[in-house]
Design a protein around this ligand. Structure first.
Ligand code: PGA
Length: 254
């Protein structure tokens, strides 16, 4: 059985360190009574500026994640944050190539370099792929395959088990409804088939695929049971401690 994964993507929230501390403490409190399953990883990803504060207050069995990374360890790179800096404050996972980062310039080639950097520094990369829209001829499958192939172009077969693929259809992010579980399942199978095309037979067994896009406590059961994924990445509902804790509770019981 693969480990289950919940990624809380706080995006550019909240606005102050004080509020970030209130949020993490509320999450700790709300989830206190839940007996977290041993095979469940909960990864909290605050904005970089609050990582240090959250790191000091996060529950010891939760992991700290960053929302982005730079691909060089040191040097003159104004505005960037290096893997060493992230490790120094306790980060162990990184969201790479989220559509909102791709939207401001992260190409598949940049994502590939960031993935390689994560692995070289023992950070778990959560690599996001997803189509902008679905056309009736199914062209989005080709797009997804290309995105995945180029993003993984610097990754060795033996490192596959260290990465998490987050399927996030852009059109389902920030909406009222998530993608339906049947389509999530179909796409998960397709992504795993693409892994086999790149790396060979049996290699998809090593890969974790999670889903993101309007996940909430009402659809989580169906996504986990019928979507073929072993986890989720959560935006808005990760900012509401009671809703987030409900999701943790449901996944812990599956
Ligand atoms: P959402 O965001 O849950 O608010 O749709 C998900 C994401 O962008 O990671």
């Amino acid at each position: 059985m693969k480990r289950k994964i919940i990624v809380a993507n706080w995006k550019m929230n909240p606005v102050s360190s004080k509020e970030a501390l209130i949020l993490i403490n509320k999450i700790n409190q709300e989830t206190k009574s839940i007996k977290k399953a041993k095979d469940l990883d909960i990864i909290i990803c605050p904005p970089a500026i609050f990582l240090s504060d959250v790191s000091k207050n996060i529950k010891s069995n939760y992991k700290l994640g960053a929302q982005d990374i730079f691909w060089q360890n040191d040097g003159s790179f104004t505005g960037e944050i290096s893997p060493k800096m992230l490790k120094e404050i306790g980060v162990s996972a990184v969201i790479v190539g989220h559509s909102e980062r791709r939207g401001v310039g992260d190409s598949d080639e940049i994502v590939a370099k960031k993935l390689q950097t994560c692995l070289a520094n023992n950070l778990t990369p959560i690599i996001c792929v997803g189509e902008k829209e679905r056309d009736s001829e199914g062209k989005y499958f080709g797009l997804l395959a290309n995105q995945l192939k180029t993003s993984l172009s610097l990754i060795k077969k033996s490192d596959l088990k260290k990465i998490v693929i987050a399927y996030e259809p852009i059109w389902a992010i920030g909406k009222k409804e998530a993608m339906n579980s049947r389509d999530i399942n179909e796409t998960t199978i397709f992504l795993k088939k693409t892994i086999v095309d790149i790396y060979g037979k049996g290699m998809s067994e090593n890969v974790s695929v999670i889903y993101g896009g309007s996940v909430n406590f009402e659809n989580i059961d169906s996504i986990m049971k019928d979507g073929g994924v072993n986890g989720v990445i959560i935006g808005r509902q990760s900012l509401i401690p009671s809703d987030f804790s409900e999701i943790v509770k449901i996944i812990s019981k599956i």
